[in-house]
Design a protein around this ligand. Structure first.
Ligand code: PEP
Ligand code: MN
Length: 297
């Protein structure tokens, strides 16, 4: 038996497991509140991150996302601002009062990145990086493990066990689509894996329909389906000007698209016995104007 409560080599068990809840800053993950994590693919500038963060906060997000170290397929693509974004992250967290999740790409970043994020994201390309997972296990910060492009559910759960076995119990999995023969979507979002992990392990599960589909108008139906499949939250890419985004612009939601999703989630979740986690006391309700791409500073 492993820490995640599953017997390796016997993953077909259907016994229902109780999710182990933990907090990401002030936000509880894995309980009866559904957590929406949102923000740009990458932090591009101070102004861009402030605009998008304030907008998603007003539109129903509880946790911010924003890439600092990027794992891009092409060497010439924007690689993230790196340490130049640390001060921006610090400022935006204090401005919004929201926790931040951001990708860690190297074990040496645990110390410095850990100063400016509440949760480390392990990218799909690093799910099999066991030295990184062990180092994160020695940290106290929550860890979100994206599913590798072609990872079996068993391998994905085993990655979480690396972190837990090294001493860090605050681990959640993120389904972000797997690579199949399909070409009309960027990846194939595997919601059956979400239901499987929820039924058979104690790990909270987040769904990322942005990378999971790569197609803007599929993100809303897959967000609602993720909630219905039992996910504890979703991770969405939002940009105030998607056409100008330095990474993943084609799949970026506008603030108005995002608000449309959180409004429907707010209505659907009670049917599923859950409620939408709001950012904090000051941001109850939706405060963002509906027009597409509107800046709210
Ligand atoms: C991301 O979240 O921006 C990202 C790069 O995700 P993934 O590792 O799932 O490709
Ligand atoms: Mn992205």
């Amino acid at each position: 038996m492993t820490r995640t409560g599953i017997t390796t080599g016997n993953v077909a068990r259907t016994q229902s497991a109780k999710t182990r809840s933990f907090s990401i800053g002030s936000v509880q993950l894995g309980g009866s509140q559904f957590v929406v994590m949102a923000g740009p693919c990458s932090i591009e500038s101070r102004e861009q991150f402030i605009r998008v963060s304030q907008a998603v906060k007003g539109a129903g997000a509880a946790v911010l996302r924003g890439g600092i170290f990027k794992m891009r397929t092409h060497a010439k693509s924007f690689q993230g601002l790196g340490p130049a974004a640390f001060e921006i992250a610090r400022e935006v967290r204090s401005l919004t009062g929201m926790p931040l999740v951001s990708e860690i790409t190297d074990p040496r970043q645990v110390g410095p990145l850990g100063e400016v994020v509440e949760m480390f994201q392990v990218g799909a390309r690093n799910m099999h990086n066991y030295d990184l997972l062990k180092e994160l296990g020695r940290s106290k910060k929550p860890v979100l493990i994206k599913r590798g492009f072609s990872a079996l559910i068993e391998e994905w759960i085993a990655a979480a066990d690396y972190v837990r076995n090294a001493g860090n119990e605050s681990v959640a999995l993120c389904e972000r689509g797997i690579r199949t023969f399909e070409k009309y979507t960027r990846n194939t979002l595997d919601l059956s894996a979400v239901a499987y992990v929820k039924a058979n392990t104690d790990l909270p599960v987040i769904v990322d329909p942005s990378h999971g589909t790569g197609v803007k108008n599929l993100i809303k139906p897959m967000s609602l389906a993720a909630a219905a499949a039992g996910a504890d939250g979703i991770l969405l890419e939002v940009h105030d000007s998607p056409d100008e985004a330095l990474s993943d612009g084609a799949q970026a939601l506008t603030v108005s698209d995002f608000l449309d999703i959180t409004r429907d989630l707010d209505r659907l979740l009670p049917v599923l016995g859950k409620t939408l986690q709001k950012a904090n006391a000051q941001s109850v309700g939706f405060s963002v104007p509906l027009s597409t791409g509107e800046h709210v500073l």
